[in-house]
Design a protein around this ligand. Structure first.
Ligand code: ATP
Length: 710
């Protein structure tokens, strides 16, 4: 390659011109990189292409079909053709349900598993060479950690993704540069905010979400409704920031709902959709003329974008149908051609007009032209930090969040202390009288059953954690193992504190079996149970992101485990099939009770029912009253409990993986089978065009394989 010169294909044909780091007209840096961006890209990109890592995206005859719950199929997008060039910002507009998000998802390989794609998507002339780090995707929801400040949020993200070899000052400079780029200087040290912390505004949150995605300097940026829910000033500021990002040579595509005229003017191109079809694609400045030519001129004093949406929003038909009397006559007298026909008719005319217009032909021509140019393989590969650095950063970040979020552990600690003081006062100095035998059993059952049960109180915080994880995971910030390790290590001190404090109160107030080893066993047993419940709830949160459902499922599972723990029904009396084998052995309560009974009763001597009868040794009670296997050491029970701690953490890991890989695969498989079945039964759906399951993860694996091959 010659700098600023030509690149030739093996056949000697000129395939593209590269003007490295050279600003194009009107200050747009096309293909060039700021020194900061270059640090991140140069090691990753085929040196043949260094100098132009800009993203040219083109899509041709794109159709998306989904399978619905009732077995029907529906076309959500139909034959869309368009392109996006570096240095430009494209607005996807259309009424609600027109397919904006689906188009963004299709372009960024994030389609749902029941959605099937046909047509071609080319990035730099290559079929779908896109993976986690290449294109950044800012979703509608700002899933951020509420207890961190803006600066901390961006800094942690930088540590998670920037290479280990990058000096700290450079990382800091990149963070500060991003803060300035997104106009977040004034709120850089303010917390994001959560249910108990007042934080930054909605507009600022949006900008933080965008900042996190532009940190790695992606060349292609997708945004799903970055301005929805914002007031006009915030919406303008956010769009202006995006406009600025595009002028740095990036390719920006954003779906927008009802932009003000100031916001609308900031976009370069407009892709107008209605019912999944293209109504208009071209320069924003030419849309006005297009609508006039199609017979729907924008009335003076009307915001053009409002007019375009008014023309294609069929909901207006329903509104008009409900008008009565003078309101109806007022519409009928209007000169506006729209009032003389239904919106469905207007949409039909506009789509027909577009498909035969010069706008459509020039778009196709441009798409062909872009498709011929084979540019750089854009793959920044997501995170460039080592696994160790990721795990360490996640541990630090999660620990900071846990220590600042009152609802995560502090509230639980308070409740644990209150409840254990209650237990302590109720069983105070339980002694060794005849009645204390049952009291000791009941106390142990309550502590290891109900007290550990309270750990489900952390579920809302787990769900918040999982949302942040899922956003970051989908954008390739780190892997599942690093997340699970970070979460486990950061929770450790809090769980130790909770079990140590509440266990100590309970142990000494009730005066359980005296002796340090007995005390230690009790605390370790409580710790293991609380940790198992914690892991169980995390595993549930990874697949059930709904508070209520998750808590019900968690409570249900624990309720069943408690039932077979050996207290509510003695072990030998539990029905053998299923409940005794395997359920009681699966229940962590069972092992905790077996161990704690031995820990507490063995070695003690209890009064008999009447004073003249001989005293009862603890071992006798264990065997004959609680039906405990006294030949097994209590330490074996503790060992089983700690193995469960490991198993349940692994379960958490496996559940995330299943949710990520297996569930989408099964859904996709079921949807494909259904489509095939419909085809065989000669129903309208066609599978001929269904050439792949659009799973991002599957795609990434394939992309990696093919890049290794090449
Ligand atoms: N995976 C899916 N399965 C079934 N239907 C879907 C799926 N994805 C999208 N749809 C349907 O396709 C239509 C277009 O959805 P999409 O979210 O793309 O619209 P949108 O223009 O982004 O809407 P909004 O502006 O309200 O977000 C909707 O009717 C939606 O219900």
């Amino acid at each position: 390659m010659k700098e600023g010169g030509e690149v030739r294909s093996s056949a000697g044909q000129v395939i593209m011109e590269i003007e490295s780091n050279k600003p194009a007209g009107n200050g747009i840096v096309v293909g060039g990189l700021s020194p900061l961006s270059e640090t991140l890209w140069k090691e990753k990109i085929d040196t043949e292409f260094i100098g132009d890592v800009s993203a040219r995206l083109a899509w041709k005859d794109l159709t998306v079909t989904v399978t619905l719950g009732n077995g029907e199929t529906q076309k959500i997008l139909e034959g869309l053709t368009g392109y996006a060039e570096p240095g430009t910002i494209t607005a996807l507009m259309g009424p609600s349900g027109s397919g904006k998000s689906t188009l963004l998802d299709a372009l960024s390989s994030r389609l749902a598993t029941n959605a099937f794609l046909s047509g071609t998507i080319l990035l730099n002339g290559r079929k779908m060479k896109m993976s986690f780090g290449t294109a950044a995707y800012v979703t509608q929801d700002d899933n951020l950690i509420g207890t961190l400040t803006v600066r901390e949020t961006i800094s942690y993200s930088a540590c998670l993704r920037l290479p280990n070899t990058m000096p700290q000052e450079e990382k800091r400079a990149l963070v500060e540069g991003t803060i300035v780029e997104m106009g977040l200087q004034d709120c850089a040290d303010a917390v994001i905010g959560n249910w108990h912390l007042r934080g930054i505004s909605g507009g600022e949150k949006r900008r933080v979400s965008i900042a996190l995605e532009i940190l790695m300097r992606p060349r292609l940026l997708f945004l799903d409704e970055p301005t929805s829910g914002l007031d006009s000033a915030s919406a303008f500021f956010v769009t202006q920031t995006l406009h600025g990002l595009s002028r740095d040579g990036r390719t920006v595509i954003a779906s927008v709902h009802q932009p003000s005229s100031e916001v609308f003017e900031l976009f370069d191109r407009l892709y107008l959709l209605s019912g999944g079809k293209t109504v208009y694609f071209g320069q924003v400045s030419e849309a006005y003329a297009f609508f006039a030519q199609a017979g729907f001129p924008c009335p003076s004093l009307r915001n053009p974008s409002d007019h375009f949406l008014r023309c294609i929003n069929s909901d207006f038909d329903k509104v008009k149908a409900t008008l009565k009397g003078s309101m109806k006559r007022r519409f009928e007298r209007s000169d506006d051609p729209l009032e003389k026909m239904t919106t469905m008719e207007a949409i039909r005319r506009l789509t027909d007009f577009y498909s035969h217009s010069q706008y459509y032909y020039s778009a196709r021509e441009k798409v062909e032209e872009i498709s011929q140019v084979r540019g750089a393989v854009l793959d920044s590969g997501g995170s460039q930090a080592s696994f160790l650095l990721q795990a360490l950063t996640l541990t630090r970040r999660s620990f900071t969040n846990m220590s600042r979020d009152f609802g995560y552990y502090w509230l639980r600690l308070v409740i644990y202390l209150v409840v254990t003081i209650c237990i302590g006062t109720i069983y105070l100095n339980v002694g060794t009288g005849y009645g204390s035998i049952l009291s000791r059993g009941a106390c142990a059952s309550f502590v290891f059953g109900f007290v550990t049960f309270m750990s489900i109180g952390g579920f809302p915080s787990f769900v918040e954690d999982m949302k942040v994880f899922q956003r970051e995971r989908l954008n390739g910030h780190y892997g599942v193992s690093a997340f699970v390790i970070g979460n486990t290590l950061s929770a450790l001190p809090f769980l130790i504190l909770i079990t140590f404090a509440s266990g100590t109160i309970c142990y000494f107030m009730v005066r359980l079996h005296p002796g340090f080893m007995h005390y230690l066993f009790f605390i370790l047993c409580l710790y293991a149970c609380v940790t198992v419940v914690e892991s169980l709830m995390m595993a549930i949160a990874s697949v059930v992101p709904n508070f209520l459902m998750g808590i019900i499922i968690g409570a249900g599972i624990q309720g069943i485990f408690m039932l077979v723990s050996g207290f509510f029904r003695l072990p030998n009396d539990i029905p053998k099939p299923f409940w005794r084998y395997p359920m009681s052995y699966v229940s962590f309560h069972y092992w905790a009770m077996q161990g704690q009974y031995q820990n507490d009763l063995r070695g003690l001597v209890f009064d008999n029912q009447t004073p003249n009868l001989p005293k009862i040794p603890g071992e006798f009670i264990l065997e004959n009253v609680f039906q405990i296997n006294v030949n097994r050491s209590k330490w074996w029970d503790l060992l089983v409990l700690f193995s469960m701690v490991v198993i349940y953490r692994l379960l958490f890991f496996i559940m995330i993986k299943v949710n990520e890989d297996v569930t989408p695969w099964i859904r996709g498989y079921a949807a494909r089978r259904w489509l095939r079945h419909k085809k065989n039964s000669n129903q309208p759906a066609s599978v001929d065009h269904v050439n792949r399951t659009p799973s991002l993860r599957v795609y990434v694996v394939e992309a990696e394989k093919s890049s290794t091959r090449s």
